[in-house]
Design a protein around this ligand. Structure first.
Ligand code: HEC
Ligand code: HEC
Ligand code: HEC
Ligand code: HEC
Ligand code: HEC
Ligand code: HEC
Length: 462
């Protein structure tokens, strides 16, 4: 027994020594050094002579990092992912493979984690890939990486990522805000989704939850919307893009990518075809647009969209309240638009084009631009509270033709209208219809009336 004790301590100290030596050896030759040596061997293959080969093979092993103050992070992924910017590494194995389609998001400016997740500072694979407890953002699975594009490109369409715009559209049309707040607007029955992409980056969970909330969240009050797989995927993409992280102005400067495909969408939405043709197809109230990008500079075209009056005094073309990149997108579309585009835009209309459409479109733009929507609503639905007016709110304009002729409506718009009061003892209603005759021309006002008339909901005939 007495002799066994020293033996035991000897064995124990040997084990401790082995562990310590192991730790020291590991610190001295961590996996990233092995990867860098391997990468140098790959590079050396392509070198022309022995001297150059040996230079490459003996290059120092160093931790590489991208300092990204504008994104509040430091990414060291390129310590192992050494070939991302080297096209000759197209067929090299991971982690050395060339990264296709990265430009203009170069590592020096964007790093990696803003798109991929993971833990930027770590230099061992498991920690870097974020597959450790308490790290909120493990690497996104491959098919969801593109959701991150929406962290910066928050509006319009991201080329190659239709899910983001589809998801945003679903969110805004399915009544999600009834129960969820997003950026301060919405109900409180469900959790606030403003940070959803930063808090719970488990795409599979989100997607299953959209297909059937109850399946992953027992007795969830969230209804089953019976979304298709594609819709659930689109909403998941959109959710993953929702973060309210602070970024430098450079990173948020391209909220909207000025792509031709988004330009086409705006061209349809703004109904430009009601006045213009492309390659002879479309309406003839304005010039044909097939050649405009060749005839005019982008700056000139931009001005034409912002302020047609400046370029053509007395212009009948409406001025558009579009942001810079939206205008860029339309101009990009016009530069490549063909008669076939016009044909396909026309064929997708629910109503065929009529000669009145030009006036109606101009009226619609004036209605939006001169602030009528502020009191009467985007859909003319009314409903803005107006205490002590009869009915208590600004009326809908969808039934004006029941009470007035078009000429009477023109007169109301010209001269304004004070709503009759509900109770003469109380103060007058705060909102009244201002007179517009000094602001809008008679022609403008008639076009607005045409627009209102195009939307009248007729009383059921009896
Ligand atoms: C210690 C070296 C090392 C570091 C540091 C590292 N990686 Fe990797 N990574 C690898 C290796 C090795 C592979 C390929 C083997 C594999 O798939 O596990 C890989 C694969 C990947 C893949 C593709 C496969 C997958 O798992 O989805 C992605 C994406 C990736 N890394 C991103 C990153 C990002 C982002 C960082 C920085 C936060 C990073 N890596 C840091 C070694 C590293
Ligand atoms: C602008 C966003 C973006 C940035 C920044 C970015 N990536 Fe990627 N990366 C992607 C996308 C999107 C894919 C998926 C491509 C595909 O589906 O083929 C991808 C694919 C990869 C893959 C292959 C994944 C696989 O499973 O095959 C690796 C590895 C990778 N990226 C590593 C990196 C590293 C390392 C960096 C930083 C130097 C980086 N990425 C920066 C968007 C980005
Ligand atoms: C961290 C923010 C950020 C993320 C994430 C991001 N981008 Fe970008 N993107 C930018 C910025 C900033 C530019 C402008 C770059 C420049 O010109 O220097 C840009 C430019 C672009 C452009 C060119 C726009 C033009 O002016 O023609 C496209 C296309 C694009 N990004 C697509 C994507 C896609 C696809 C993804 C996802 C794989 C993505 N971006 C992820 C910030 C981001
Ligand atoms: C009738 C109210 C209601 C409506 C409508 C509703 N939700 Fe929910 N939602 C909830 C409640 C309550 C929860 C929390 C319970 C759960 O996880 O299912 C929830 C959970 C969620 C979560 C998970 C949040 C988290 O981090 O745990 C997401 C994401 C979500 N909803 C998105 C949506 C979207 C997108 C829509 C519209 C298509 C929508 N919800 C419509 C009530 C609603
Ligand atoms: C109500 C009719 C109308 C609508 C709607 C309209 N335009 Fe115009 N546009 C015109 C007219 C008319 C001109 C000719 C110059 C003038 O009077 O301003 C014109 C001129 C132009 C020009 C300059 C052409 C040249 O060669 O001088 C461009 C470019 C243009 N429009 C683009 C658009 C786009 C893009 C839209 C949709 C966002 C649009 N227009 C909507 C009526 C319209
Ligand atoms: C400051 C709020 C406000 C703005 C801006 C405004 N309106 Fe009005 N509008 C009203 C109110 C209030 C009435 C009176 C409704 C009543 O009689 O109760 C009204 C009445 C009308 C009516 C008659 C409807 C009826 O049933 O009596 C028309 C048509 C109309 N507005 C069109 C317009 C147009 C076109 C514009 C933009 C050029 C516009 N309004 C801008 C507040 C506004």
């Amino acid at each position: 027994m007495e002799r066994r004790l020293p033996q035991f301590f000897f064995a124990l100290s040997m084990i401790v020594l082995a562990l310590m030596l192991g730790a020291i050896w590991q610190a001295a030759s961590p996996a990233w050094k092995t990867y860098q040596q391997e990468f140098h061997r790959l590079e050396a293959v392509g070198e022309p002579n022995a001297a150059a080969k040996s230079d490459v093979l003996n290059a120092a092993l160093v931790i590489k990092q991208d300092l990204l103050p504008g994104l509040q992070r430091v990414d060291r992924c390129t310590t192992c992912h050494l070939g991302v910017e080297d096209p000759t590494m197209k067929n090299a194995p991971q982690p050395f493979t060339f990264h296709a389609n990265l430009a203009p998001h170069i590592p020096a400016k964007f790093g990696c984690t803003v798109c991929h997740g993971g833990q930027g500072l770590a230099t061992d694979q498991q920690n870097a890939h974020g597959q450790v407890p308490f790290w909120q953002e493990p690497l996104l699975p491959r098919e969801y990486i593109r959701a991150s594009c929406g962290r910066c490109h928050k509006e319009g369409e991201v080329p190659g990522v239709p899910e983001l715009a589809d998801g945003r559209r679903l969110f805004e049309t399915q009544g999600c805000r009834g129960c969820h707040k997003l950026n301060g607007v919405g109900g409180t029955i469900g959790p606030d989704l403003t940070e959803e992409g930063a808090i719970r980056r488990f795409p599979e969970w989100l997607e299953r939850h959209f297909l059937d909330p109850n399946a992953v969240s027992r007795n969830s009050p969230m209804p089953n919307f019976h979304f298709t797989k594609e819709q659930a995927r689109a909403l998941t993409f959109y959710m993953l893009s929702l973060t309210s992280e602070q970024m430098g102005t450079y990173y948020s400067s391209v909220r909207l990518i000025p792509s031709a495909s988004y330009g086409r969408e705006l061209f349809v939405e703004k109904n430009c075809i009601a006045c213009h043709s492309i390659g002879g197809v479309g309406a003839k109230n304005g010039p044909d647009l097939a050649q405009v990008a060749k005839q005019h500079s982008p700056g000139w075209l931009d001005e034409q969209l912002v302020n047609p009056q400046l370029i053509y005094p007395g212009s009948t073309m409406p001025a558009y309240d579009l942001e810079t990149n939206a205008r860029k997108a339309i101009i990009t579309f016009m530069a490549s638009a063909t008669a076939e585009d016009a044909q396909s835009i026309l064929s997708q209309r629910t109503k065929p084009l009529t000669p009145q459409d030009a006036a109606i479109e101009a009226g619609k733009q004036s209605f939006a631009r001169f602030g009528c929507v502020g009191c009467h609503g985007l859909q003319l639905q009314g409903g803005v509270p107006n205490p002590n007016s009869q009915g208590g709110e600004v009326p809908s304009l969808l039934h004006a033709s029941d009470d007035y002729t078009k000429e009477e409506v023109v007169k109301i718009i010209q001269n304004g209208k004070v709503p009759p009061v509900e109770n003469t003892a109380r103060p007058a209603a705060p909102l009244y219809m201002p007179p517009w005759k000094s602001v809008l021309t008679d022609e403008d006002i008639h076009r607005i009336a045409d627009y209102l008339w195009s939307l009248q909901k007729k009383k059921d005939a009896w």
